[in-house]
Design a protein around this ligand. Structure first.
Ligand code: ASP
Length: 429
């Protein structure tokens, strides 16, 4: 009897613990067990491999369905087309800058130097780098089914965008199909949630194996990764975004920073840009003076495709893993990371942990070992807080610039002193 009471309270404790705390616990226990067991901890590694395989399982359908739904949810019209194009250029351009900042800081601070890890899963043999023209021609899948089957992400993104645009142009006959895709996208979000429940165990298994092999010295570099990602995020918002607001928008950057306080704090705590959307829309209208039309189109689009913080994080982590495993990256590898992260950010869902899944994609593009993913997974929540905040600040910045260029920014609201707080309104409003 007493025994079962203890069991109940233990499972209750586990059930009530937030996922990120479980993951952190998995990491700490993994390190302790690994240090005690030494190299024998390798027996625990399959638990981690199971988690990594489950993550890989999500990538193709998650990108495919969420992108189609993202595109079909845009209501079509000429103005939408123009605003959509402006937003897209700004979203992708700023993402490329973000990842370059990540790569720059990752090179400067070299968080992975000093650890020498050996990949068990051999990195794919380096292929002859394709030319730029080949890369561009290859964006179009000759056979979309083959692209899906072989997991060619760039081709999948292109096909999903084209199919999404075509479906939304079809009107009524395509509506049932769009609903099916919406259902599938929801299903993939749920499945992501399930897989993330495995994270504490996967992280435990991999950290035990890593700590068993390399000792507890692995922790210091992880603290460095956190510091580098946070510094990068601060630079991106405080220097780059405010610069864009001042130079492209000729607006006061301090007002922009004040206006984003509410949604930024929601993003930081929820680590979901989709979940923050109501607060983001409210702030863009009430604090920054963006019109309803612009904010209700540009911001949901941004929550789906604009992930500057995620891209920055991927740059830092890819370099960290390359340094830790002693892999030399060529200039072409850097370009491949920039391109993959930028395009992958389109397919990253605005939900907690999605960036980690996409990191596996970036790693496989340049042939970096997947074990690196598990090491970063232990601190992912802390990194997710910063990157989601940047994702949301980026969406707001673009909404202000697009509104300004369309003469749909109420500058009296934008320049008004003080932040009006309040309960986030519904996104549907
Ligand atoms: N959590 C992020 C977001 O919602 C995505 C990510 O994991 O990078 O914006």
């Amino acid at each position: 009897m007493q025994h079962s009471m203890i069991d109940d309270s233990q499972s209750g404790f586990w059930r009530n613990l937030a996922l990120w705390k479980k993951i952190l616990l998995g990491m700490v226990l993994g390190v302790i067990v690994g240090v005690i067991m030494g190299p024998d901890a390798e027996v625990l590694k399959p638990i981690g491999t199971l988690f990594i395989n489950a993550i890989k399982m999500l990538i193709v359908p998650l990108i495919f369905f969420s992108l189609i739904v993202g595109v079909t949810s845009m209501k079509d019209s000429r103005k939408m087309g123009r605003i959509g194009l402006k937003s897209l250029v700004l979203y992708l351009g700023t993402t490329a800058v973000a990842i370059s900042i990540g790569l720059g800081l990752g090179t400067l601070f070299s968080p992975g130097d000093g650890i020498s890890m050996v990949a068990v899963e051999a990195a794919p043999v380096a292929k002859e780098a394709p030319t730029l023209i080949d890369t561009l021609l290859n964006l179009i899948p000759k056979n979309p089914v083959a692209a899906l089957a072989s997991g060619n992400i760039l081709q999948i993104i292109v096909f999903a965008l084209c199919l999404g645009i075509a479906l939304s142009r079809c009107g009524d006959p395509a509506k049932p199909v769009i609903q099916v895709f919406e259902g599938l996208a929801e299903g993939m979000y749920k499945l992501t949630e399930f897989v993330m429940k495995l994270a504490p165990f996967g992280v435990f298994g991999l950290m035990a194996w890593v700590a068993g092999k390399y000792g507890a010295d692995i922790l210091l570099p992880l603290i460095k990764v956190i510091a580098v990602v946070y510094i990068g995020c601060l630079i991106h918002v405080l220097v780059f975004y405010t610069g864009m607001i001042s130079f492209l928008g000729s607006l006061n950057p301090i007002r922009y920073l004040k206006g984003l306080v509410n949604p930024a704090s929601v993003a930081f705590t929820t680590t979901s840009s989709s979940g923050t959307l109501p607060a983001t829309i409210k702030a863009s209208r009430e604090e920054l003076g963006v019109s309803k039309g612009i904010s209700s189109f540009v911001l949901p689009l941004g929550a789906t495709i604009n992930m500057d913080g995620t891209a920055l994080y991927q740059g830092v982590c890819a370099l960290f893993i390359a340094q830790a495993f002693g892999v030399d990256l060529s200039f072409m590898d850097y370009l491949a990371i920039i391109m993959t992260s930028t395009l992958a950010s389109i397919g990253t869902a605005g939900v907690p942990g999605a960036g980690l899944i996409m990191l596996s994609l970036v790693l496989s593009t340049v042939g970096l070992p997947m074990e690196g993913l598990a090491i970063v997974a232990g601190i992912d929540r802390i990194l997710d807080m910063a990157r989601t905040t940047v994702n949301v600040c980026g969406d707001l910045m673009v909404s202000v610039l697009v509104a300004k260029s369309e003469n749909e920014l109420d500058e009296t609201v934008y320049n008004r002193e003080g932040v009006r707080g309040g309960v986030p309104m519904s996104a549907a409003e």
